[in-house]
Write a protein that binds this ligand. Structure first.
Ligand SMILES: C[S@@+](CC[C@H](N)C(=O)[O-])C[C@H]1O[C@@H](n2cnc3c(N)ncnc32)[C@H](O)[C@@H]1O
Length: 60
């Protein structure tokens, strides 16, 4: 049986999910060039890339 769980949290630190328990991940990150959707979320492009990098490492 498939089990679904919704977690509202920060994808840079997914402590709710045990390591090596995920077979596939799918993401839909914010776009840096869509400030109308995420006003003030990123100070600059370097910070944006830093967030994506942290998420990629966490997922790995
Ligand atoms: C392009 S949207 C994806 C929308 C989603 N696919 C949907 O259909 O509702 C990016 C989403 O990432 C969320 N987000 C941004 N930073 C995040 C973070 N550190 N952890 C978790 N979610 C984050 C934003 O709030 C936004 O809802």
């Amino acid at each position: 049986m498939t089990h679904h769980k919704l977690i509202i949290g920060n994808c840079m630190s997914m402590q709710e999910i045990p390591d090596e328990s995920v077979h596939l991940m799918l993401t839909s990150p914010p776009y840096f060039n869509a400030p109308f959707d995420y006003k003030g979320l990123f100070k600059n492009y370097d910070q944006y890339l830093g967030v994506l990098n942290r998420v990629a490492r966490e997922v790995f």
